[in-house]
Design a protein around this ligand. Sequence first.
Ligand SMILES: CC(C)(COP(=O)(O)OP(=O)(O)OC[C@H]1O[C@@H](n2cnc3c(N)ncnc32)[C@H](O)[C@@H]1OP(=O)(O)O)[C@@H](O)C(=O)NCCC(=O)NCCS
Length: 240
Amino acid sequence: MTPAGDGTVPPPPGEVRLRRLPVTADAVAAAREASGVLSAQERERAAAFRRAADRDLYLVAHVGLRSVVAPVLGVAPREVVLGAAPCPSCGEPHGRPVLPQAPGLHVSLSHAAGLAVVALAAHEVGVDVEPRDRPAAELEGLLPELHPDERRLVVAATDRSAALLRVWVRKEAATKARGVGLAEPLHEHSTAWAGTRGVAADGLHVLDVDAGPEHLGAVAVRAPRGVEPTVVVPGRRPGT
Ligand SMILES: CC(C)(COP(=O)(O)OP(=O)(O)OC[C@H]1O[C@@H](n2cnc3c(N)ncnc32)[C@H](O)[C@@H]1OP(=O)(O)O)[C@@H](O)C(=O)NCCC(=O)NCCS
């Protein structure tokens, strides 16, 4: 991973700019304070959470998303317009998040137990993070639905739960880049490779990313042919 600039220029082709937003007490306080930047729809969704922890995670994620995207669009966070692409499966507007103010800029968001992550790219992108301690039983039932190569990789692994979670996070990032989400047939594309990056059969690049000590992460991006995508984390030096 390589460092990014000041965050005001769009990511160049092939680059995925990743922003980690840990849900610390300070981040929650700041997000609550700044929640006026959210749209009416976002505020309504935030208010609908029963558990305060879920609401706070949502607030950190959505205030964070706006604060990452706003400087690139050259607008204030409250002026960021966030839409949803038509679902590639049914056409209804519940696909990938889209930024109508900058159709060439693509964004993805994931939030899970204490961490939100925003990915920005010049191409369709998906990001996913999962807590490393996610109970294995939650995912074990999905094993039969995976691609045969993924099933083989998991079954042969010394640490089956870790391998299953790794495959899962790649898989979810890929389904988000494709825009269908987990409604897509999960056996269609394999993410079973031994290294930290690979290319799915439909040309989607999938890269494992450093999501911090408590989470696993992956991004998927549809980079132009011949371009090897890179993941850039603002504030991080190469190798850190
Ligand atoms: C989209 C999905 C993969 C998200 O996974 P998750 O583990 O619940 O949550 P994550 O935190 O990783 O990601 C959530 C974010 O993904 C984004 N998202 C939602 N739908 C998406 C889609 N179809 N494609 C890409 N991204 C999507 C949103 O930004 C969402 O954030 P928000 O809920 O705060 O607005 C999952 O909810 C899903 O597959 N939903 C079902 C899709 C479905 O049934 N579609 C019907 C097809 S007809």
